[in-house]
Write a protein that binds this ligand. Structure first.
Ligand code: SRM
Ligand code: SF4
Length: 557
């Protein structure tokens, strides 16, 4: 049953249904030594295994001039529900990154890590090495549920651990049933010719990617309302009682296509914790499976399905499929979305340290030997590693007696100073990957934002705003991977060197921003921000944030 029954299916639909449980001809593609790329259909299927085929966009021209094929390589993204790694897994990741990829460990906006630049012949050894660490990349991409995010700060709430288990349970519940990953990458023996039964995904999977996030108020570090399904933990008298369930978030739009738009999820109601929560999430997925648009991938996310069904229509269908009614949404309040840097102690007395990682890039550079420092810290075996949805790193679960040893290493590598010395705007910024690997990038993001911030900082100093926690996010295109539509200041690439300037998002992730200026170059961005920040500094009310100010002043509407 589909709302678009009569329309023609998109080509990806055929690739999925004829893939024999996502196997396609991946094995043959992989062993074809004539090319560094995979067959077209297999490139699509590869995503369901957590990998993307890419090429070095900086070298496209040179390669074409020499009549060589583009320099293909692969990006592998791990599935890490809630963004958690043990120290021994970090050590393994460090070695794998060094051996098979560019060496940089990239923390993503969904609390996991990616490695780039892996050659076709190295995919299998990489996946096999991850497997020895009990890590996998299953369903980290593709038309399935992606990495489930969950509030990262272990001390925010005494119920954190309980909530955290939901990230794992939901991730496991929504894993595809096919053994293809084990057969293709880990050489598991093929058990049968037929493909496995998959009651959730069937043979057509979802019409589009699907994202689930869990927030524990008052912090919204996972930007919960930008997910297809957002769970907001409700804690009463110190106990987790359940979740407000929200549906229909998604941030992408396409320049020049007005039928596409970013949207925040709508809170549908409350579900008690336990099986009811899992059931409600599961059935929203089946509704999207059955009603989502399978002809136009630009209009296939749950947000468009909901807009066609209406929120009430979705709720009715959901309650019918669940066999219970949603309760009225419970009260909650977000007061922050940022990471709280530095040392904190959780309710069990264990310490954790939140470290700023600019754009999630863990590598050694002239400013900071971050990768070496993390390696040495992991070697102590005295902490776990958590990733935040803001692309930062949390060294967690450190006992009182081990804290000093970790602090010594912080001092040795200048990590404390690095945390302190970066400006508030830099520490509240996010940039997506964009060039040189993202095939969809129209403009730079992570390679450029640090330089732009260096030019914005003096403007903030001039207006005595340097400690203001303004959120600034840049993406190389309107897909919004750095959640630029949900920032107080969003810069969204339009072409190389040019960005639309969006303003007016709120600080806690409950209001999207609005386009203020089209296609600005760097001097245009700096001059617009100079004017806006000057107005903000002189006319804001006490404790008013930049995003709220520009809306109150009707600078955008
Ligand atoms: Fe994303 C596609 C990187 C989070 C919306 N995203 C891509 C691809 C895979 C490009 C492609 O399709 O070939 C990018 C790979 C770049 C590279 O070279 O690594 C890419 N997305 C990323 C990451 C790595 C950005 C980062 O710097 O951290 C994030 C990985 C998250 C993860 O671990 O799973 C990432 N992407 C997001 C988010 C933010 C979020 O989920 O919180 C969004 C906006 C929220 C949403 O989904 O609406 C996002 N990515 C997209 C879209 C638009 C989807 C749509 O609804 O149309 C695309 C394009 C697509 O799917 O066709 C996309
Ligand atoms: Fe690529 Fe666009 Fe996503 Fe940035 S926002 S990583 S440019 S798809």
């Amino acid at each position: 049953m589909s709302l678009d029954k009569k329309e023609q299916l998109s080509p990806v639909e055929r690739i999925k249904t004829s893939s024999r449980g996502l196997r396609g001809t991946l094995t043959e593609s992989l062993t074809d030594a004539h090319t560094g790329s995979l067959r077209d259909d297999d490139q699509n299927l590869l995503k369901f295994h957590g990998m993307y085929q890419q090429d070095d966009r900086d070298r496209r021209e040179e390669r074409s001039e020499k009549k060589l094929e583009w320099l293909y390589s692969f990006m592998i993204r791990l599935r890490l529900p809630g963004g958690f790694l043990r120290a021994d897994q970090w050590l393994g990741l460090h070695h794998i990154a060094g051996e098979y990829s560019t060496g940089t460990i990239k923390i993503t906006t969904r609390q996991t890590v990616q490695l780039h630049g892996i050659l076709k012949s190295h995919i299998k050894p990489t996946i096999q090495s991850f497997n020895t660490l009990a890590l996998d990349s299953i369903a980290a991409c593709g038309d399935v549920n992606r990495n489930v995010t969950c509030s990262a700060h272990p001390g925010e709430s005494p119920v954190h651990e309980e909530v955290f288990t939901y990230a794992d349970r939901i991730s496991s519940m929504a894993l595809p049933k096919t053994r293809a990953y084990y057969e293709v990458w880990l050489d598991e023996e093929k058990l049968a010719e037929h493909t496995e039964e998959d009651p959730l995904y069937q043979d057509r999977y979802l019409p589009r990617k699907f994202k689930i996030g869990i927030a524990i108020p008052p912090n919204n570090d996972v930007d919960v309302l930008t997910n297809d399904v957002g769970l907001i933990a409700i804690v009463e008298n110190g106990e987790l009682v359940g979740f407000n369930i929200a549906a229909g978030g998604g941030l992408s739009a396409t320049h020049g296509n007005p039928s596409t738009y970013p949207r925040l999820a709508t809170v549908l109601g409350f579900v008690p914790k336990g099986d009811d929560t899992l059931k409600a999430v599961y059935e929203i997925m089946t509704i999207q499976r059955d009603f989502g648009n399978r002809s136009d991938r630009k209009l296939a996310r749950l947000k468009y399905t909901i807009d066609r069904m209406t929120v009430e229509g979705l709720k009715k269908e959901l309650e019918a499929r669940c066999g219970f009614k949603l309760q009225e949404a419970r009260h909650y309040q977000f007061t922050s979305r940022r990471d709280h840097y530095g040392w904190k102690q959780n309710h069990k007395g264990l310490w954790y340290y939140t470290l700023f990682v600019e754009n999630g890039l863990v590598r050694d550079d002239e400013k900071l030997p971050l990768k070496t420092a993390m390696y040495e810290i992991a070697q102590t075996g005295k902490c776990n590693f958590r990733f935040s949805g803001n692309q930062n790193l949390i060294l967690a679960d450190i006992s009182d007696s081990d804290k000093e040893a970790i602090e010594d290493l912080f001092e040795k590598y200048g990590l404390g100073l690095h945390n302190q010395n970066n400006s508030a705007i830099r520490k509240n910024s996010i940039a997506c990957v964009a060039f040189n690997t993202c095939p969809l990038a129209l403009a730079e993001a992570q390679r450029y934002l640090p330089t732009l911030i260096t030019k914005i900082e003096p403007i903030l100093e001039k207006y005595q705003l340097k400690d203001d926690e303004i959120t600034l996010r840049m993406t190389g295109c309107p897909n919004g991977c750095g959640r630029s539509p949900a920032a107080e200041i969003g810069l969204i690439g339009t072409s190389y060197g040019f960005y639309n300037l969006h303003i007016g998002g709120d600080r806690n992730g409950e209001r999207l921003n609005i386009k203020y200026r089209d296609s600005l170059d760097e001097s245009g961005i700096l001059s617009e921000l100079d004017q806006l920040l000057g107005l903000y500094a002189s006319n804001r009310k006490t404790a008013e944030t930049f995003g709220d100010f520009v809306i109150r002043e009707k600078l955008v509407s």
